[in-house]
Write a protein that binds this ligand. Structure first.
Ligand SMILES: Cc1cc2nc3c(=O)[nH]c(=O)nc-3n(C[C@H](O)[C@H](O)[C@H](O)COP(=O)(O)O)c2cc1C
Ligand code: SF4
Length: 444
């Protein structure tokens, strides 16, 4: 069985793991010292050689992205860390920033040095105020120790870090919407090209990277490219956080080499909750097509998951057992996409609205015989025609669920999902139907 490879999560259980002195005692900031002794271009090469691919979902090679910045022209260049983490099921960056924020701060400093940035931003999801506070404190500690500010560790390199709290919009995780939001505008995706590398924040060359991508950089500087590529597969190198949630005995973060399988992860997590069996799961969050028990042995790397019909995404493994209504689960996800659609383009704005209507009536057992075809037709009109990947992502749960569980959608024409799958059987906590709580409130 493949073992875990704790790197980012190695010290999460240490006493006050988030403190700078703790981080230094565990070897923190060695990567920065090494980087400052190298030419910036060599740091970029080291990351390119490691094969690190963006951990924010798309898997774009990180070193290559850094290399896209045009030659310095004397003006500012920016690093923006995407810490918006809002995809349903995705829950890796927030624990990372809470338990070990200095991993991220050290990664920010090294990345900024490599790309010639003197002002970096961390755009954090607005609802997680505790994470925002922890980051502010982490930057303060790093500044006091001489890692942030002017002439860092006597190298002559200067860097300011601004932590910015968003207002809690999923679309602000899309990198160009994030940049607009950071500039104080309404968060909506920009037309590309130009890409952020050329015209990003304040129309200046900008690298946008995910929290986990940036936090992985110090380890690469310390361990070297060979160490990093010794984990994972040839084209999906290194370690990654796999977040298991839902109907699993021990949910949580499992840091493992890319290419591990769900079967192996479930073995370590105590399996699907006792007395139940796997029905369906997401490999990378709700925007990635669902898998079933037949996919338990698919290696969780970019290539293998793609070949099997889904996407590795953010490795958000949401596990659902046989007590779950797939129609109800998809209906919830579609409500989310409808709510979060920014409204800029018609296929997504109108399409998610109609998907949500149809899913609601199928969930209520009031669907029509035409509804499955209507859903597929709507998805066909969104996929590839939406302005950004939110629209495409919204179609994934619908089309994949129909592919594997068509009969449940057909049952939605006559029987409510809650009758077929009583919610108290799938709930992981004491279940009180929402309407009875509301009624209790009304009658109180
Ligand atoms: C609707 C939407 C939401 C996204 N949310 C996030 C997010 O919360 N965090 C993130 O890192 N990337 C998110 N992304 C992907 C980013 O656009 C971008 O690809 C990523 O930040 C690049 O970083 P990486 O190369 O390090 O993965 C989102 C994309 C879309 C379309
Ligand atoms: S796909 Fe949706 S979220 Fe993206 S620009 Fe269009 S309306 Fe906005």
């Amino acid at each position: 069985m493949t073992t875990l490879t704790p790197v980012l999560s190695a010290h999460w259980d240490a006493d006050r793991s988030w403190k700078l002195d703790r981080y230094e005692a565990d070897g923190g900031y060695r990567g920065l010292r090494r980087a400052l002794g190298m030419a910036p271009a060599d740091v970029v090469t080291a990351v390119k050689d490691s094969g690190l691919r963006g951990r924010g979902g798309a898997g774009f090679p990180t070193g290559m992205k850094w290399g896209f910045l045009p030659a310095p022209d004397g003006g500012p260049r920016y690093l923006v860390v995407n810490a918006d983490e809002s995809e349903p099921g995705t829950c890796k960056d927030i624990p990372l920033m809470l338990a070990s924020p200095q991993d991220l701060i050290e990664g920010v400093i090294i990345t900024s040095y490599a790309i010639g940035c003197h002002h970096a931003f961390i755009y954090v999801r607005g609802e997680v105020v505790h994470v925002y506070r922890r980051l502010l404190e982490a930057v303060r500690e790093a500044r006091e120790a001489g890692y942030v500010g002017t002439d860092i560790l006597g190298s002559g390199f200067d860097l300011e870090i601004t932590v910015h709290a968003g207002a809690g919009a999923y679309i602000c995780g899309e990198e160009t919407a994030l940049l607009d939001s950071l500039e104080g505008l309404r968060g909506q995706p920009r037309l590309k090209p130009p890409f952020p590398a050329v015209a990003g924040l304040y129309a200046r060359p900008t690298v946008v990277n995910n929290v986990e991508s940036v936090a992985s950089v110090p380890g690469i500087l310390v361990g070297g490219a060979d160490w990093f590529t010794s984990m994972g597969t040839e084209r999906s190198a290194g370690h990654g956080l796999f977040s298991l949630s839902g109907h699993v005995t021990r949910p949580g973060q499992y840091e493992a080499p890319l290419g591990i399988t769900l079967r192996e992860l479930l073995d370590m997590a105590g399996g699907v909750r006792e007395g139940h069996e796997l029905k369906f799961w997401t490999p990378g969050g709700s925007s990635t097509p669902i898998f079933t028990a037949e996919h338990l042995d698919v290696p969780l790397d970019y290539e293998s998951v793609g070949k099997a019909g889904s996407m590795l995404g953010t490795r958000a493994l949401q596990i659902f057992d046989e007590t779950t209504s797939v129609v109800k689960a998809v209906s919830r996800w579609i409500q989310f996409y409808k709510h979060e659609s920014c409204g800029k383009c018609t296929p997504c704005r109108e399409g998610t609205f109609w998907l949500a209507q149809i899913m609601a009536r199928l969930e209520a057992g009031q669907g029509t015989p035409q509804d499955i075809d209507l859903l597929l037709d709507l998805c066909d009109n969104i996929l590839g025609r939406a302005f950004c990947a939110l629209g495409d992502g919204a179609t994934s749960p619908v089309t994949s669920a129909i592919q594997y569980f068509r009969e449940e959608f057909e049952a939605g024409t006559h029987t409510p999902a809650d009758v077929l799958f009583p919610p108290e059987r799938s709930a992981l906590f004491d279940y009180t139907p929402r309407h009875s709580t509301q009624l209790a409130g009304v009658h109180a």
